[in-house]
Write a protein that binds this ligand. Sequence first.
Ligand code: PDD
Length: 281
Amino acid sequence: RTVYVNGQYLPEGDAKVSIFDRAFLMADGVYEVTSVLDGKLIDFDGHLARLERSLSELDIQKPDCFDDLLEIHRELVRVNGITDGMVYLQVTRGAAEDRDFVFPDPEEVKPTVVLFTQSKPGLADSPASKKGIKVISIEDIRWGRRDIKTVQLLYPSMGKMMAKKAGADDAWMIEDGHVTEGTSNNAYIVKGDTIITRQLSNDILHGITRAAVLRFAREAQMKVEERHFTIDEAKDADEAFVTSASTFVMPVVQVDEAVLGDGTPGPVSKRLREIYLEESR
Ligand code: PDD
C-alpha cells in the first residue's frame, strides 16, 4: 500500500514520523475519515471544512499541502486501487525538539500530515447494515470539546471493547441521563414518524454524515427534531440508528436489554440509508 507522509508518496513500510511528534506523545492532532464508494470520495468538502475548523480551534497551522488534499486523496485511491473503503487523514501539531506541554513555536515546527487508505469491499451492503446492530449504554467521560475531531480515541476504543464484551456491537454514551453520541458515530431515535437526534454543541462531533442525512430527511418531508433524548426514551423508541462516514446510516435494533420494534431494521432507518447512499454517490 502507498501512503502519504509530509509531501511524499511512499510504500507504507518506508513511512516515518518522529517519536517526538505531539500526536504520539500528547494526542495533539486531528483527523478525518472519508469513505470511498465505487472509487468516489463521499462528502469530501464537508470533511475538509471540518478539518479546517478542528485545526483552527486548536491553533494548529494549516499544513502547506492543505489546498492539495483533494488531489492527494484521489491519488491514493487511484494508486491503491480502492473501489470501496476509506481514506484516513491525520494532521498533528508536529514534532517538537523535546517533550514539553507548551506548544512549540509554529515558525520552527511544521504540522505532520499523514494519509492512508483502507480497502473495504462491499462497504455499502455490509451484513450489519441488513441485520442492524446492538448498542449498550455507558457513561460519557470524555473531555468537553467533542466537536473537535482529535485523535484522543482511548475512551471510545474502551467503549467499543465494553460493548463487545457485553455481546453488543457498539456503545452509546450518556451524560446527565441523555445520550450524547456513539463511540464513533452520531445517535438517532425514531418515534412515530419523527427522527430525533441531539442538537449540535461542543458535546458531540458535528457529523458530516449527520448533516447530509438531516438535509435529505427534510427534503423528503420527514419530521426532524434536534434535541437531546434520554436513554429511557431510546429504549422505548420505535427505531434507532447511527450515522458516520464509515457506516453511513446503520440501523440499531437493541439498546441495552430493550429490543426495538420487531428487532429488525425499521422502515425509517432503511429508507434513510437508501436515500443517503443514492444521493451521495
Ligand atoms: N468517526 N461522533 C464521533 C465521536 C465520531 O468519531 C464520528 C466519526 C462521528 C460521525 O461523524 P462523520 O459522519 O463525520 O463521520 C460522530 C469516524 C468515522 C472514525 O473515527 O472512524
